[in-house]
Write a protein that binds this ligand. Structure first.
Ligand code: RUB
Length: 322
């Protein structure tokens, strides 16, 4: 019964019924809370292995957004903190850390909106890509502050997340124009600022986000349009400190084309791409605004990492991420 609930959440992440790095992270925390709450384990060891099994199922869903392993790591720290205690204490710790993660995550999105909105001026035309709750939080907050802004949103093929953004923006009454992904360079001179979210941010400040983000960054760079990234600190990727590359998810060709009608056609469908730090003007986090090159310092601080240490050890003493 519990396993079925975890599987259902994992399946929803895989099929993108639950999508977006922040929402995926909160869904994982919620899944671990359910696993802890409904566990029938008889011993602490049994409880620990149940939690680890549930984590494994969640971690195998989508590989790119580091918010997912970071959320799991944050919640499971409850097990380490209560090592040697009874099951009841362990359960309580896991549940309370899951609740804590979800609460902090929602607060971070709001805070990013407030901090980022300070950088939006009256009359700005903003371009956004995909559907990022952090990017939209900035746009919505600026609009609520009475700034007269306008938004361009891309379609974000092949899954059309731009339609979600368009709906959200229109609901707030924000003037919104949709463009096809390949029209970005055509319109970039009408734009004052680009704001996108992130699935992972590497130690060198490179930003992994929805496929197409790096081409938008390139066009913005060429046209001297500011390029902002909005991301909670749990989107920073600890393992990139020691050279790990962020895995780019490649999804099913059926999202792009009906292959039955094109026998023999090869299709590549990467869901994300990497924008180098030189194309990013700033990153808005819930702790404040940083230049992309400060990503190293943020990761080092958050994960209490010192050069030479193995990241796994660092993960053990991981303190609250947000
Ligand atoms: C979503 C995407 C979003 C980031 C940030 O991709 O690339 O820009 O996840 O979103 P997908 P948020 O739709 O494939 O999950 O700010 O909401 O965490």
């Amino acid at each position: 019964m519990v396993a079925a609930k975890i599987e259902k959440i994992a399946q929803d992440i895989k099929t993108m019924r639950i999508r977006g790095a922040g929402r995926i992270a909160r869904a994982a925390a919620r899944a671990l809370k359910i696993a802890a709450k409904e566990s029938q384990a008889k011993t602490p060891a049994e409880f620990s292995s149940e939690m680890k099994r549930a984590s494994k199922i969640l971690l195998e869903t989508r590989p790119t957004a580091v918010s997912l392993p970071n959320a799991v790591r944050y919640v499971l720290l409850g097990l380490k903190q209560t090592h040697g205690a009874d099951i009841w204490t362990m359960k309580k710790a896991v549940i309370s850390r899951a609740d804590g993660f979800i609460k902090n995550s929602l607060e971070a999105v709001k805070k990013i909106g407030e901090i980022g909105a300070n950088r939006i001026s009256n009359g700005d035309v903003i371009l956004t890509h995909c559907n990022s709750e952090c990017a939209l939080s900035i746009i919505k907050t600026a609009f609520k502050q009475g700034k007269n802004i306008e938004v361009y949103t891309t379609e974000s093929r092949p899954v059309w997340q731009g339609r979600l953004s368009a709906r959200e923006l229109l609901k707030e009454g924000i003037p919104t124009t949709m463009i096809i992904d390949s029209a970005v360079r055509h319109f970039i001179r009408d734009v004052d600022k680009v704001i996108v979210g992130a699935d992972s941010i590497a130690a060198n400040g490179a930003v992994v986000n929805k496929i197409g983000t790096s081409s938008i960054a390139l066009a913005a760079h060429e046209a001297r349009v500011l390029f902002f990234v909005a991301a909670e600190t749990y989107k920073f990727h600890p393992e990139t400190l020691v050279g790990r590359l962020v895995e780019i998810e490649e999804r099913d060709p059926s999202e792009v084309i009906n292959l039955r009608r094109f026998p023999g056609l090869k299709v590549r469908n990467p869901a994300f791409d990497v924008t180098p730090p030189e194309y990013v003007d700033l990153i808005v986090t819930e702790r404040g605004i940083i230049p992309p090159y400060a990503a190293y310092a943020i990761i080092k601080e958050i994960f209490e990492w010192n050069p030479g240490e193995r990241i796994q050890q660092t993960g053990d003493k991981l303190r609250p991420l947000i």
